[in-house]
Ligand binder design. Sequence first.
Ligand SMILES: C[S@@+](CC[C@H](N)C(=O)[O-])C[C@H]1O[C@@H](n2cnc3c(N)ncnc32)[C@H](O)[C@@H]1O
Length: 179
Amino acid sequence: MLAPLLQNKTHLLEIGSGTGQHAVWFAPQLPHLVWQTSDLRENHRGILHWIDDCPADNLRAPVELDVGGDRWPQQQFDAIYSSNTAHIMAWHEVEAMFANVSAHLQSGGLFALYGPMKYAGEFTSESNRLFDLQLREQVAHRGIREFHEINRLALEGDLILLDDHDLPANNRLLIWQKA
Ligand SMILES: C[S@@+](CC[C@H](N)C(=O)[O-])C[C@H]1O[C@@H](n2cnc3c(N)ncnc32)[C@H](O)[C@@H]1O
């Protein structure tokens, strides 16, 4: 689903690479672009292990990136990808992510956000409702986000919704394009 959208992209930033498993899966399938991993410093060791085990010429070691901080890469990207992060970050960090994605995305560039969403207050499955409860019990600021609030942040940053894909396990893949 992601690969066809990225056919003509050259520089992708991944936010919140986590273990690095998504990066090592996608990067070899997209040899025409540079896949830049990033995350909070505490996750770099794990990402580097995955990259060591599954190297690819176009896969870059993680840069330190806290979406709410001021250490965003200096360069512009034509694609930004983030998976399973919006329900983990505090809401003010989600706001900062969208503002900075907009600032670091070239005109015509794509932002792809993967994960569970709520629509008009409704979860898309009972398992997502339970997952949301579990998230909030773990850390009060976590929780599955409301699509229209997320899309409002996108619009504030001139990010126009292109697609909202229904994916397995009650996850969505939201795609925006920078105007
Ligand atoms: C559930 S993990 C998802 C990891 C990976 N993307 C995946 O889908 O498997 C959430 C990720 O968000 C990252 N994260 C949380 N707060 C962040 C912040 N303020 N800035 C950047 N990344 C953050 C975490 O470090 C973690 O890697």
